[in-house]
Design a protein around this ligand. Sequence first.
Ligand code: FES
Length: 118
Amino acid sequence: MTHPDVLRPMEARLRKVRKAPSPATIRVCINEYQEDGSDSCGPRGGKEMRALLEKGIEERNIDIQFRALECLGLCQRGPSVMLDPGNSFFLNAQPEDVPEILDHVEKFVAEVKALRGE
Ligand code: FES
């Protein structure tokens, strides 16, 4: 699994964070089909990642919006999971990575809330 680039310049992150209606969003690609026949996240486990992450977020009661999308633009490196604000990615995310992803998401949401003064 590729770790997200969460160390983006703080100023850029702060600008986005202050405008966002909610603390953070996690997006998971569940795309099953590419018109050109190339790889997509769905057959590689995107839908399983969606289910596991949704379950984990609910179990841990993490304050984050969850979105399942059909392509995040990094198709060859999927299943792709994106964390916003900051547009950081977990790439080639596998079921065994879910606890680590959720740990990171919890810390990320706490950081965003702190930046928002919540
Ligand atoms: S198909 Fe998943 S990022 Fe494009």
